[in-house]
Design a protein around this ligand. Structure first.
Ligand code: IPE
Ligand code: IPE
Ligand code: MG
Length: 247
């Protein structure tokens, strides 16, 4: 199947002409989902991977062009060791079962975030996924791993400072120039940000890139975020009037 044969079974509430190009998701609430069921937090993360599988399929079917998933933040290292290592085992688990389908569905895998602290085996599966899909022209599936927006902006600023020190910099830094040094350089800004679990904060995610994104918060925990919830978010997005500072 190529991207052109993507099956779209849309309800009437969705306008196929107004699908957000780039959807970014803060996948939150795995721990609370598990705790409320008397299960260990780990079970919430395990179920969260199932939701990732389904969400990737559904976003692809909707012809969303870029899906960015916040999987691990620069602050998440503060969690207990067992939880960090469990979370770090999930990319392997995901790609092991999904890579053939991603290849077949013309999805292109990418990653944003600081590679330095990430375990070698995580980088290995991500790099293998990216390499195996790099010529794919369908949906971009972008995992934010060890990602922090302030760190990303600082990295860009430090690049610019080094260029200036080397006498290479222009007199004034433009938005375009700074954007070109962010991890997201090649990507459009998100049109829609979704955060699950009822928290209404950005938690150091894409601070620069979300300048004009539509924000959608839902009480639903990530493991329960199904196709109906995704379509609900897109429906709400389509009812919004984006003005970008105009009238
Ligand atoms: C999201 O769920 C997963 C990550 C942040 C990695 P949480 O683990 O944050 O779940 P809650 O917020 O504690 O319920
Ligand atoms: C944000 O969730 C990070 C990810 C979803 C990967 P957190 O659970 O870490 O955010 P806070 O701590 O509630 O702000
Ligand atoms: Mg959380």
């Amino acid at each position: 199947m190529t991207s052109d044969d993507r099956v779209v079974d849309l309800p009437d509430t969705i306008d196929p002409q107004n699908i957000p190009n780039h959807v970014a998701i803060i996948m939150d609430g795995n721990g609370r989902w598990a705790t409320e069921r008397g299960l260990p937090r780990r079970e919430g993360h395990r179920q969260g991977v199932e939701t990732v599988r389904e969400t990737v399929r559904n976003c692809n079917a909707l012809r969303i062009k870029v899906l960015t998933l916040f999987a691990f933040s620069t602050e998440n290292w503060q969690r207990p060791d067992w939880e960090v290592s469990y979370l770090m085992s999930l990319p392997e688990k995901y790609f092991e079962s999904e890579l053939p389908e991603l290849i077949q569905k013309n999805v292109q895998v990418r990653m944003i975030g600081d590679r330095k602290k990430l375990p070698r085996r995580v980088l290995k599966v991500i790099d293998e996924g990216a390499a195996a899909t790099k010529s794919n022209s369908g949906m971009i599936l972008n995992f934010a791993l060890n990602y922090g927006s302030r760190a990303e902006i600082l990295l860009a600023v430090n690049h610019l400072v080094s260029e200036a020190a080397a006498g290479k910099a222009m007199r004034r830094v433009t938005e375009k120039k700074l954007s070109s040094y962010l991890y997201t350089a090649a990507l459009p800004d998100p049109d829609l940000l979704i955060r699950t679990s009822g928290e209404q904060r950005i938690s150091n995610f894409l601070l620069w890139q979300l300048a004009y994104s539509e924000l959608y918060f839902t009480e639903v925990y990530w493991p329960d975020f199904d196709k109906t919830e995704l379509l609900r978010a897109v429906t709400v997005y389509q009812r919004r009037k984006r003005r970008f500072g105009g009238v």
